[in-house]
Design a protein around this ligand. Structure first.
Ligand code: NAP
Length: 294
């Protein structure tokens, strides 16, 4: 029997990749893309995807959007500037899923989000996971590692000076491509099981920042060296550069987390759930070389 699969946040970068993966996989499931602004989904609507409006800040929209949904992917939102906002949004989504009788919930979390995580926004993910568990709904928690794509945002500036200021020490990062995470989410959506599981989604290797810098230098021909500093010095430097406090917190606590060895666990999840080997950082950087040009 055909099932109805719904993706929230479908107009975001991750949501779009999930829709692409769903459209590329065989199967008679009905695909529904939900966004705050469904007009942004015209390209996917033209490919046969049904669109609905769903805004986690508007519970009535969720009640309507989740009607008749068998399997639901809740994509975590980007509302991290205001403490508590994202958790409230995502709890509203879980409550609406429960009220609508959704059969299985999938959620994009982060590695090791339990209390005690140094990461500034870990509580949003842990609180949402706990809300899902408390709902009693069958679920798959996808603890996605940091995307390779974050490096496209952060490294060009470091390359200008040739210095990548870091408090991560010798900690390792098992980063993964956004597209691999999206393929895993699509696989979880189309799976036949309603067993509740937690899956940690990593790339194929765990590299130190010094190793990543060496790869960047090799691929771009531009020198990049890691400059090791303390958390306090990193915080002071970012604050002096005028970054908003929540961004300073995020960058510093990411590095603390890495240094403590909490971001470096390599798992087989991508291969196991999608049948494909995860992309390597070397290949990702090569494909995105233009973003690191002088
Ligand atoms: N692992 C990592 O390294 C990493 C990096 C960046 C972000 N993330 C997380 O992964 C998520 C997806 O990443 P991305 O790259 O696709 O980010 P993105 O392109 O910035 O997308 C932001 C997402 O938040 C959704 N959203 C914002 N406010 C919402 C609301 N009120 N109700 C429902 N949805 C709302 C958007 O949905 P619509 O606009 O379609 O409504 C969109 O899917 C992010 O939102 C963030 O939680 C993870």
């Amino acid at each position: 029997m055909s099932r109805t699969l719904l993706v929230t946040g479908a107009s975001g970068q991750f949501g779009r990749l999930v829709l692409d993966a769903l459209l590329a996989s065989p199967g008679g499931d009905r695909i529904v893309a939900a966004s705050r602004d469904p007009s942004k989904l015209a390209d996917h609507a033209a490919r046969g995807v049904e669109t609905r409006r769903a805004d986690f800040d508007d519970p009535a929209s969720l009640e309507a959007a989740f009607q008749g949904v068998d399997r639901l992917l809740i994509v975590s939102t980007d509302a991290i500037a205001v403490p508590g906002q994202r958790l409230a949004q995502q709890k509203a989504a879980v409550a609406a899923a429960k009220a609508a009788g959704v059969g299985h919930v999938i959620y994009t979390s982060m590695p090791q989000p339990e209390p005690g995580s140094p990461v500034s926004f870990a509580g949003d993910h842990w609180g949402t996971e706990e809300a899902i568990r408390a709902s009693g709904l069958p679920h798959t928690i996808l603890r996605n590692h940091w995307y390779f794509e974050n490096l496209v945002g952060s490294l060009p500036q470091a390359l200008q000076s040739g210095q990548w200021v870091s408090a991560a020490g010798a900690g390792r990062l098992a980063d993964v491509s956004r597209a691999d995470c999206a393929r895993v989410a699509a696989a979880a959506l189309t799976a036949d099981t309603t067993a509740s599981t937690v899956e940690e989604v990593s790339g194929p290797e765990a590299l130190t920042k010094a190793e990543i810098a060496a790869l960047v230098t090799e691929i771009t021909g531009r020198r990049l060296a890691v400059v090791d500093v303390s958390d306090d010095d990193l915080r002071a430097g970012l604050t002096a550069a005028g970054l908003p406090p929540f961004v300073v917190d995020l960058v510093v606590t990411f590095d603390t987390n890495t240094r403590l060895g909490r971001a470096g666990t390599v798992t087989d999840t991508v291969k196991r759930l999608t049948g494909r080997e995860p992309e390597r950082l070397r290949d990702f950087l090569t494909a995105h070389k233009a973003a690191f040009a002088a």
